[in-house]
Design a protein around this ligand. Sequence first.
Ligand code: NAP
Length: 305
Amino acid sequence: MNQDKNCEERKMQTDPERVSVLGLGAMGGVLAAAVVKAGHRTTIWNRSAGRADGLVAAGAIEAGTAAEAVRAGELVVVCLFDHASIHEVLDPVAADLAGRTIVNVTTTTPAQARELAGWAERLGARYVDGGIMAVPEMIGGPDSLVLYSGAQEAFDRHRHVLDRWGRSEFQGSDAGLASLVDLAMLAGMYVMFAGFLHGAAMVAPAGIPARRFAALSAPWLTAMTTAFDGYAEVIDGGDYTVPGQQTLVFSDLGDIVDASVAQGVDPSAVAMVQQLIRRQIDAGYGADGFARIYESLRSPAAAVR
Ligand code: NAP
């Protein structure tokens, strides 16, 4: 009996599925290709013509309409542009969604992901939200990570399909969690990129090309990421006075701001960090560790959109 059950579970995890992919842009096209390559019966649809040809040659079936594509799949992957485009495509086919699993990997806010989850649930569909932490060239490779949240049973059932795109990490049953973690990770990426570009602008007037600066900066910034664990330990422990940390006073960025201005560079990227440090020093915490700027971030002075 148990053997039968195990066999059934294994079968569920490996059987070819009927998968539909809506949206064949730079990301959707690569996701669909990975599903086709894994041997699933893959139906594809895109708003504009001309995106499906290579996939059809590889074995995908092109649907004439989004409704046709939805009806062909037990797992419906949605990779469109934004929240509005998802409703634009799925609202007219809402009646066909009952009993199916929607995996939406279009970038949305956490609130929009929750809205979609509630909407899908009312239609009788299972909803899993996904946050892709990869660019198209990385899909299926060792560094590709995809975050998921929402209906766990549906995630578990279709995981063997999703795993083809990269490492799958389930965040929890709150459908907004994948998006939240995705956007939080992107926040780190964009601030790092702005910091790198700031540095490139600083050295440019000295005749140092951005390419040379990039070669110097990449290993440096990579090495600095080893500090994350230490900061995380201090934040989770809640004690910013733990010995051995670089203090806030020592972390004063005044020299960087001055040198930026002297190079004719807008100092706002660095001044933003300096302001977070200053707020803690002014509150009397100058001897605490740098991680304390986390407290400045948790009590925003003013929200900027
Ligand atoms: P893309 O190349 O610009 O493709 C966008 C896709 O959405 C196209 O298939 C487009 O169809 C479709 N679309 C846009 N508006 C539509 C509408 N109103 N109705 C129907 N279809 C519509 O973008 P992408 O790079 O594939 O990105 C897709 C999603 O993945 C985005 O949410 C993006 O944030 C997310 N993502 C992308 C990356 C990345 O590196 N590319 C990484 C992580 C997450 P047409 O061909 O007809 O225009």
